[in-house]
Design a protein around this ligand. Structure first.
Ligand SMILES: [Zn+2]
Ligand SMILES: [Zn+2]
Length: 100
């Protein structure tokens, strides 16, 4: 048995341990209602959004997208919205250091 990879302490739950010996879902349940309710299956995460990109089922991060898709979108935004000139684009043209 490989060390360091523990499973959720709730019987029948195969999720990796997140905190307190439970997976994220069971810990959240305990945190929310004070009981892991081990006899009730977690099922799909309810109330947690999923990425809205077609064919992607990753966890929602922002703007309806998962982390990777959001990062890609954000990079595209930066490309299209950023002005072509930066703060140093018009610095006078003298870039060489003159030593007198
Ligand atoms: Zn669990
Ligand atoms: Zn996605």
């Amino acid at each position: 048995m490989p060390a360091g990879r523990r499973r959720c302490g709730v019987e029948g739950c195969a999720h990796p341990v997140h905190v307190r010996g439970w997976c994220t879902g069971h810990y959240n349940r305990w945190h929310t209602i004070g009981d892991v309710q081990a006899d009730r299956p977690l099922g799909p995460y309810r109330g947690s959004r999923r990425c809205e990109i077609d064919g992607c089922d990753d966890k929602h991060k922002a703007r309806g997208m998962c982390g990777p898709h959001y990062d890609r979108w954000y990079a595209g935004q930066a490309d299209s919205e950023a002005p072509a000139t930066g703060p140093n684009a018009d610095s006078g043209g003298k870039s060489s250091v003159e030593v007198s």
